[in-house]
Design a binder for this molecule. Structure first.
Ligand code: PMP
Length: 408
């Protein structure tokens, strides 16, 4: 063989190392653990109530998405127990084959009615809804247009699709129109969070819908944090703006106000029928377990019949938004029960979360890349079941820690 050829082929072969090397080198979390600043995977020994137990100690929870406080509601729990008694603990298959129970179909009908859409389809998690729906609808010649701050499951749904993906600046309608114009000739799906999960602000739906109409795009709203929270009757972002007919698809999850785990997409019957036969995360994954389906159904009844829960949630939200602002904290554009407290660099946020924990408050941390550089935050979120006393303790703890850290 020509010696040059041998040399070339040797150069082309890159010597492999070990695919696990990156794991052995990964020390970010280990460093935080060693410094006592690791705020993740904390163990809770009780239900997701306003008061939780951690390490045998009572704490006030301001890090839960249990907005209406239904995860520990007697009627919701009873419904789950009854479903386990009748149907057992799992469905042992996907919705597509053996995993559809009568209660799955009943819940779909109930959700469609609640969302005022023709049909609904339930998945095993909210994450899977976004994966399944976006990848089913956005084909290779299409484009998904998303807000830069959309949830990770929307971004991953786009990644899973064969189409193009374009982001516009967060809630920036001029930038949104620029992208729409650029893709005028393509079929377009716009996907936005109704309530943004870190910022707590609301999508500018009236403008989004008007512009989408102008450029012939379809609109899907992720109402994970809006169902049970926004709108006169808790039906979410579209109801809040009085635009229920104008939104093509609404996705929701059960992991927040609906007190369980799972998710759904609601829309017109033909579109849901298509998704039902194309969405791989639905077809190739086991259906939500009976306990979860039954809890959602019970939670929906409570949402419809007990509006005072939503009213209390908003009372708590207003108190905390005002309370943080009066103390001098920066809460960004929040308008909802998700209230971020912006603290600056990542290290400061980790330290603040641990100091709050010492003061008996459980709050979440969001650092880069989940938030922009220098905008690390403590994410707080509220429940209808928080009392004024709980909230006063939280404000006092934030005041103490905020002063110690020089944030206020
Ligand atoms: N969308 C948004 C906006 C979310 O915040 C979440 C959950 N954090 C999801 C989708 C995924 O929902 P689930 O937890 O049910 O998988």
């Amino acid at each position: 063989m020509d010696s040059r050829l041998v040399q070339d082929s040797q150069m082309a072969v890159k010597k492999s190392t070990d695919i696990f090397d990156k794991c052995l080198k990964f020390d970010k979390a280990k460093t935080l653990i060693a410094q006592g600043l690791y705020p993740y995977f904390r163990m809770i020994e009780s239900a997701q109530d306003p008061e939780i137990v951690m390490n045998g100690r009572k704490m006030i929870m301001v890090g839960s998405n249990n907005y209406l406080g239904l995860t520990n509601h007697p009627r919701v729990k009873e419904a789950a127990i009854e479903a386990v008694r009748k149907y057992g603990t799992g469905c042992a298959g996907s919705r597509f084959l053996n995993g559809t129970l009568d209660i799955h179909v009943e819940l779909e009908e109930k959700l469609a009615r609640f969302m005022r859409k023709e049909a609904a389809l339930i998945f095993s998690t909210g994450f899977q809804v976004n994966l399944g729906v976006i990848s089913a609808l956005v084909g290779k010649d299409d484009v998904a247009i998303i807000d830069k701050m959309d949830h990770a499951s929307i971004i991953d749904g786009c990644r899973l699709s064969f189409g193009e993906v374009r982001k516009f600046r967060h809630n920036d309608m001029a930038d949104f129109e620029r992208v729409l114009k650029e893709y005028e000739a393509k079929d377009k799906l716009v996907v936005v969070d109704g309530v943004f999960s870190m910022e707590g602000d609301i999508a500018k739906l009236p403008e989004i819908i008007a512009l989408s109409d102008t450029y012939g795009a379809r609109v899907m709203v992720d109402d994970a944090h809006s169902i049970g929270v926004l709108g006169n009757t808790g039906r979410g972002t579209a109801e809040y703006f009085g635009m229920e007919d104008a939104v093509d698809l609404i996705m929701g999850t059960y992991s927040k106000s609906l007190a369980s785990i799972g998710g759904f997409i609601a829309g017109s019957a033909d579109i849901i029928h298509y998704i039902k036969h194309v969405a791989r995360p639905l077809i190739f994954s086991a259906s939500p377990p009976p306990a979860s389906v039954a809890s959602v159904s019970a939670a929906l009844d409570i949402i419809e019949n007990e509006p005072e829960r939503r009213e209390k949630l908003w009372k708590n939200t207003t108190k905390m938004l005002m309370g943080f602002k009066e103390l001098g904290f920066v809460v960004g554009p929040s308008q909802t029960p998700i209230i971020p407290v912006i603290v600056g660099e990542n290290e400061k946020a980790f330290l603040m979360a641990m100091m709050l924990e010492k003061e008996g408050v459980f709050a979440n941390v969001a650092v880069t890349p989940a938030v922009p550089n220098g905008k690390a935050l403590i994410r707080t979120s509220y429940m209808a079941t928080h009392t004024d006393e709980h909230l006063d303790i939280v404000l006092r703890a934030f005041e103490k820690v905020g002063k110690e850290l020089g944030i206020i």
